[in-house]
Design a protein. Structure first.
Length: 117
């Protein structure tokens, strides 16, 4: 089992920045990849970014490339998402997730990000 707790959401004006953090506990030694997803009202959950736990290789959705940066600290067992140049369409609940293999097995409770225009 892995427990995930997100923090860092909030309200920001368009063009601003926020940094989300995800603290992992439990079987963190089994984590292969950490990811960030988001779900806006009335929409399906979508992939935002991911990073391999060991090598730190990132991957991004096209909609956030060049604006968001994912990182991880596998000593402190945290994953972060630095979000710059935020747009109103980035408004969503953001979820942290952990994968032992291909599928994401564990999810955090989510943190709200609201970008005002």
């Amino acid at each position: 089992q892995v427990q995930l707790v997100e923090s860092g959401g909030g309200l920001v004006q368009a063009g601003g920045s926020l940094r989300l953090s995800c603290a992992a506990s439990g079987r963190t030694f089994s984590i292969w990849r950490m990811g960030w997803f988001r779900q806006a009202p009335g929409k399906e959950r979508e992939f935002v970014a991911s990073i391999t736990w060991s090598a730190g290789s990132p991957d991004y959705a096209d909609s956030v490339k060049g604006r968001f940066t994912i990182s991880r600290d596998n000593v402190k067992n945290t994953a972060s998402l630095q979000m710059n140049s935020l747009k109103p369409e980035d408004t969503a609940v953001y979820y942290c997730a952990a994968a032992f293999a291909r599928d994401y097995n564990y999810w955090g409770q989510g943190t709200q990000v609201t970008v005002s225009s």
